[in-house]
Design a protein around this ligand. Structure first.
Ligand code: GLY
Length: 423
């Protein structure tokens, strides 16, 4: 008998996961809580928020949900997995203790130190004056990170001393990010950044092909940090040997250290890495799929995602043969004018059906909602326009052709997604 599943989240990442789960012959009904204006095409939207853990668990009990998949970091950090497990429910994602690898930069840095993970030199401060003195001693460029979850916006890459002073003031004095007044100050690392994903069952991990996000709002990696403006996979210039080195020097030691500490990581290990002249170095750890990385992975995954999530929960990943389609995937994020600062919402969106007529194109929704029969913008990031191709260029050309078909007032996107991966 088919199993009904629940996906928790609102982003295109969760739309993509629901889209992929829907393709499994073992999956019955797909629910998504709360979803967005587009998730209704693969799942039934459930009006429960991502932080309403008890309500979500009660829904899972009531509907006899056989698998719940958590997309975003906040419910993981808040302990949703522990709550579901205490009620005997099957859920994919790390428990609260393991999710600290993402929710606390200080935790993840100490783990890196204990496990000998290659990373930037760093120090942790909760005293503003001491942090300021440290920054003055080290000089720019330097990286200042808030200790907490701030949707990808907590890292300030400071090329000048002025920028470093502003970062410290914003985080520790003005509390602009609404985090604790605690920072991790790191050596600046030079080199291209890539995203690594390794799915894990607490003991065994399977590393995915490499991918690359485009985190800033402006082309050529300029401007403010965003939740992610586009992604591509796989990255051809990362060799098999380099991926193997990352698996051996980063992924496996982290999985082993987490197990040793009594907080085994079941779910996803997603390190952001810099490929420096001195080898790969970890920038940060996340304990979930990246967004928009999830969109390209869901497009390329050949194996049944329902089986894969279950293998993590059952601790049987060692026997799982994770297979990928040949070729490449790309996704281009359409955003509202003004994002990541203030922007307006409520503009009608047209052209998605035409976009999806282009070969291989699938549009995953982010900030959209239904207004009667109309689909309207409802967030900073609006749509993640994905495509696959035999080459990366083909996947990108298809995504951008689809982008041109979609219209809404103030549509903004980066025109250089994948450009560096193509070089
Ligand atoms: N794509 C970056 C993130 O999801 O954090």
């Amino acid at each position: 008998m088919a199993t009904d599943v629940l996906v928790v989240g609102t982003y295109p990442r969760e739309h993509a996961i629901a889209w992929k789960l829907k393709q499994s012959p073992k999956v019955g009904k797909v629910y998504i809580a709360p979803g967005n204006g587009g998730t209704g095409n693969v799942a039934e939207n459930v009006p429960i928020g991502v932080s309403e853990y008890e309500k979500l668990a009660a829904f899972a009990v009531e509907k006899n949900i056989g698998l719940t998949v958590i997309g975003p970091e906040n419910p993981l950090a808040g302990g949703i997995v522990d709550i579901f497990q205490s009620k005997g429910l099957r859920i994919w994602g790390p428990n609260k203790a393991a999710a600290q690898i993402e929710s606390s930069k200080a935790f993840s840095k100490s783990l890196m130190r204990d496990a000998g993970i290659p990373t930037a030199e760093f120090d942790v401060f909760d005293d503003y004056e001491k942090a300021l003195a440290y920054v003055h001693g080290k000089g720019a460029p330097i990286v200042v990170k808030a200790d907490g979850l701030v949707f990808g916006k907590g890292a300030y890459v400071c090329m000048t001393m002025d920028e470093a002073e502003t970062a410290l003031r914003e985080i520790m004095v003005e509390n602009v990010l609404k985090t604790a007044p605690k920072v991790v100050i790191e050596e600046y690392l030079d080199g291209p950044e890539i995203s690594i994903h390794a799915i894990c069952d607490g003991t065994t991990s399977i590393i995915f092909p490499t991918s690359q996000d485009h985190k800033t709002i402006g082309e050529n990696d300029t401007g403010k940090m965003t939740g992610g403006m586009g992604a591509v996979a796989p990255i051809s210039w990362v060799t098999e040997e380099q991926l193997h080195e990352i698996d051996e020097r980063v992924v496996k030691p982290v999985i082993a250290e987490m197990k040793k500490r009594g907080t085994p990581l079941v779910g996803m290990l997603f390190p952001g890495l810099k490929m420096t002249a001195r080898g790969p170095k970890v920038l940060e750890f996340n304990a979930r799929f990246g967004c928009p990385e999830a969109e390209v992975y869901m497009r390329l995954m050949k194996s049944d995602a329902f089986d894969l999530f279950n293998a993590c929960i059952d601790g049987t990943l060692a026997n799982f043969n994770l297979e990928w389609e040949a070729g490449y995937a790309a996704t281009v994020m359409l955003a509202s004018q003004g994002y990541p600062d203030d922007y307006k919402k409520g503009f009608p969106i047209t052209g998605i059906d035409d976009a999806e007529k282009i070969e291989s194109v699938v549009v995953f929704h982010a900030g959209t909602k239904k207004d009667g029969e109309r689909l309207v913008t409802d967030g900073g990031r609006v749509l993640s326009v994905s495509a696959t191709g035999k080459t990366l260029k083909e996947a990108l050309d298809r995504s951008y052709e689809a982008v041109d078909k979609i219209q809404f007032e103030g549509k903004y996107y980066r025109r250089d997604i994948g450009a560096k991966a193509l070089q």
